[in-house]
Design a binder for this molecule. Structure first.
Ligand code: 2AM
Length: 195
């Protein structure tokens, strides 16, 4: 049975991706730790649901679920800014830029969770925390390196970077290679237009 690795996301406009890339470049200079794997600008997006392995025969049902959610929700806007880390800035593993969004984002995300759960894709155990990943700290990083990254993150301030108009939900295929991940959009469902 053929399977692909897939996730559902919101695209970011190219100018915002460029600004995020600039933030990464600044961080790279001040952190300067080879233990961070930085996300290239073209791969930056807002993940709504990571599906993991999806059987190719299930793809039509997954697309239908995304389409159904898109037909039940209106377009909205979110703003991007602020820097943080998961699980905490003191113990950074994922370095991110924050998102401020209206309730519609959480509504879309939980509608996707519930429809996909019915198709056999279990919901996340952790509550949804919208973010844009800039980089991931390698598991091999030693505690001193992690501490230096943490200190740099805590002194850095990042203001408002831009706003994103969310008009579509996208299904992406992810192919992991030795040079990084390649994301290919398989399906795009337009959200309802605002009156
Ligand atoms: P993140 O960058 O927002 O943390 C594709 O791999 C996308 O799916 C990533 O951008 C990642 O989101 C998200 N994702 C969520 N859970 C994941 C997991 N267990 N493994 C890989 N990616 C995951």
């Amino acid at each position: 049975m053929s399977v692909i690795r897939a996730f559902i996301a919101v695209d970011l406009p190219a100018d915002l991706q460029k600004r995020l890339d600039q933030v990464s470049a600044n961080l790279k200079q001040s952190i300067d730790r080879p233990v961070i794997r930085w996300v290239p600008a073209v791969n930056m997006h807002l993940t709504l649901k990571f599906l993991g392995d999806v059987s190719v025969t299930n793809l039509p049902l997954v697309k239908e679920a995304i389409q159904a959610v898109a037909l039940e929700h209106h377009r909205f806007e979110f703003s991007v800014g602020g820097l943080g880390a998961f699980p905490t800035s003191k113990r950074p593993r994922v370095i991110w830029v924050g998102i401020e969004a209206p309730a519609e984002l959480g509504n879309v995300q939980s509608a996707l969770e519930s429809r996909l759960n019915r198709l056999g894709y279990p919901p996340e155990e952790r509550p949804f925390s919208a973010h844009l990943t800039l980089g991931r700290v390698a598991r091999t990083a030693d505690p001193q390196e992690v501490q230096k990254i943490s200190q740099s993150l805590q002194v850095m301030k990042l203001g408002f970077l831009g706003a994103v108009q969310v008009q579509h939900l996208q299904l992406y295929r992810s192919d992991l290679g030795s040079t990084g991940a390649l994301y290919t959009c398989l399906f795009s469902a337009p959200l309802l237009e605002n009156r």
